[in-house]
Design a protein around this ligand. Sequence first.
Ligand SMILES: Nc1ncnc2c1ncn2[C@@H]1O[C@H](COP(=O)(O)OP(=O)(O)O)[C@@H](O)[C@H]1O
Ligand SMILES: [Mg+2]
Length: 243
Amino acid sequence: MKLSCEKITVDFVGLRALDQVSLSVKTKEILGLIGPNGSGKTTLLNTIGGQLKPTKGNIFKDNLDITEFTPQHRVKNGLARSFQIVRTFDSLNVFENIKSASLVSNMNYSDKIKFCDEIISYLNLDRIKHVLANTLNYGDRRRVEIARAMATDPDFLLLDEPAAGMNDDESEILLTMLREIPNKFNLGILIIDHDMSLIMKLCDRLHVLDSGKTIAEGLVDQVKTHPDVVKAYLGEGFKNENA
Ligand SMILES: Nc1ncnc2c1ncn2[C@@H]1O[C@H](COP(=O)(O)OP(=O)(O)O)[C@@H](O)[C@H]1O
Ligand SMILES: [Mg+2]
């Protein structure tokens, strides 16, 4: 399966946030979307997730044009996303949070419960399964949010800075988990993260935005030495982190 954006342009008042951006990600692949702060990464994820309608351009899942689909309709069609800001149901426990997300999947009820338990154990959430979401620490909440997205049984998982706010150890553990998800759960991942060492270890390919435009795309080793990428990241420690 393939998820693709074709020539996505997004205009806000007085600002072109995205300018003809095209990318695609396939099943079992991890594509990293990177770029300096304000380069349009979250805006692109919002157009793919349906939270934002592009000014121009189209989103396809295989040959299906989903540009006009609501976010809910996209989830039904195999697209799930996590947000840069955590969105769990505070008054539900971890299991209930994940189970409520699984209701949209096409599985029968007992398979849903089994699948939720599989995700819970995969993401190391067993020990906090019955804990209320609003009492969790930040790292745990982020993993619950990823679990909620996975519980919809998606073909593509869209992750916006899943390691934001985690310490180095937590990020490293998350990285190890994410790395195996595409094969284990037969899906593709599109991930945004500003942590360059994490993204370079995790991704098969990278897509780089700067001021709403694609400046480079390709295999990690090709992209990280691309002059425009190095330039875009000057002052953000890009070279140092990967020296
Ligand atoms: N709803 C909005 N209205 C107006 N401008 C926005 C809106 N959302 C984002 N922007 C602007 O669009 C640009 C890209 O933002 P964003 O996609 O959040 O960047 P990134 O995720 O790469 O940091 C920024 O200049 C930002 O200020
Ligand atoms: Mg962002």
